[in-house]
Ligand binder design. Structure first.
Ligand SMILES: *Cc1c(COP(=O)(O)O)cnc(C)c1O
Length: 393
């Protein structure tokens, strides 16, 4: 079984590029060039230098002693929370901006929901001196004011999407429209392993530095390169794809995806795509998504803005379909309790997205010999207001 993408851009029956005719030249230019550019020594040199000196890689693989004692297994945390900007997202935006420069692009557009990807994009645009426009739903702009201001401080223009529900999917539509109107000089930085081919594969490659590092770090600490489990939360699925990448074809490593179940999947306020999703086309690829009988996208819900996405990337749909990965769903309440537990046991306040990954630990049946790596995708500073509003600590 192949878990990576094939030449046509498919993971099994998922993936592909379902795009309007007008976008075809943009996507085709990217598809024809991305692998060659990424393989160039010049690209790799700049990418590695920036990951090291700007992002702060390699991020530590930390043995979490007190959590290990509690759950009766050896638990390691991959510290993506220590990346510049506070999460894994910057690994991808650095890769894409270098690629955009090599393609001769003069400006960058992006869409953002919670604003985290917008901030990571505005950051690398400042770094490279490229103009940046970020599309964001007007409702999301109201909900995520600090990130809107961060983007503005960094010099980006934040454009409100005023159509539909004024949230992420409307921002995506606006960004697509802007791309169609400026096809030759603009690169669209997508923030997760979603969208038309080659985006899911390209983003997974940029994030794969996470599992590349886990292998040699685990070898140093445990004398083996492969853990028994790799656990990650999944919104679109980029931190999970990065953490899984170099283990995809090692069937003795269990891949564990953790979805946000909000108030519970039976309440209608959830984002658990593996339970609620059906096959369809979302943001240009065939995947699993939450939709009504007649194919309208259902508004997802989660306490964590980063997991509030109505689908999962096509790689993860394939991992689900083939049962290569286990899927757990964790409610708001379970995730918040896990966040506090990690804070109290390890002195690390995680992003609420990441709290979902920790929320799977009590549901897994671990043995004392098991080595578990949890991808600590981001830090909790951005979520302080949500912690306070929840209040259960
Ligand atoms: C955005 C975000 C996520 C969800 O995105 P993926 O593409 O699924 O990784 C998870 N954790 C943090 C900290 C994030 O900022």
């Amino acid at each position: 079984m192949q878990y990576g993408v094939d030449e046509r851009g498919y993971y099994g029956k998922f993936g592909g590029a379902y795009i309007p005719e007008m976008l075809y030249p943009n996507i085709e230019e990217l598809r024809e060039n991305y692998l060659d550019i990424i393989a160039e020594p010049g690209f790799q040199e700049e990418f590695q230098m920036l990951l090291r000196d700007y992002v702060g890689r390699p991020t530590p693989l930390y043995f979490a002693k007190r959590l290990s004692d509690k759950y009766g297994a050896s638990i390691y945390l991959k510290r993506e929370d220590l990346c510049h900007t506070g999460a894994h997202k910057v690994n991808n935006t650095i890769g894409q901006i270098i690629l955009a420069k090599k393609l001769g692009k003069k400006r960058i557009i992006a869409e953002t929901g919670a604003g985290q990807h917008g901030v990571a994009t505005a950051t690398v645009c400042a770094l490279m001196g490229l103009p940046c426009t970020v599309y964001m739903g007007a409702v999301d702009m109201e909900r995520q004011k600090p990130n809107v201001e961060r983007m503005r401080i960094l010099g980006a223009e934040v454009k409100p999407a005023e159509s539909g529900s004024k949230t992420l999917k409307d921002a995506t539509n606006e960004a697509m429209r802007a791309w169609i109107n400026n096809p030759t000089d603009t690169h669209y930085i997508i923030g997760s392993v979603v969208g038309p081919h080659p985006y899911p594969d390209m983003v997974a490659r940029f994030q794969s530095v996470i599992s590349e590092e886990i292998r040699w770090q685990l070898k140093e600490k445990e004398g083996r390169e492969t853990p028994d489990y790799v656990v990650a939360c999944v919104g679109g699925g980029s931190n999970a794809a990065g953490a899984f990448y170099h283990f995809l074809n090692e069937e003795n490593v269990r891949l564990v995806n953790v979805e946000a179940d909000g108030m519970g999947f039976s309440t209608g306020k959830s984002a658990a795509t593996s339970i609620l999703g059906k096959e369809g086309v979302l943001h240009g690829s065939r995947t699993l998504l939450m939709q009504t009988e007649d194919g309208q996208v259902v508004e997802p819900y989660s306490i964590s803005a980063g997991l509030d996405y109505p689908g999962i990337g096509p790689m993860h749909a394939h991992l689900f379909d083939t049962k290569r990965a286990d899927f757990y769903s964790v409610t708001d309440e379970e995730a918040m309790k896990a966040c506090v537990e990690v804070s109290r046991f390890e002195g690390i306040i995680p992003a609420i997205e990441t709290g979902h990954a920790f929320g799977a630990l009590p549901k897994m049946e671990l043995k004392s010999s098991d080595v578990v790596v949890i991808n600590l995708s981001g830090r909790g500073d951005k979520d302080l207001a949500t912690y306070i509003k929840w209040g259960g600590y």
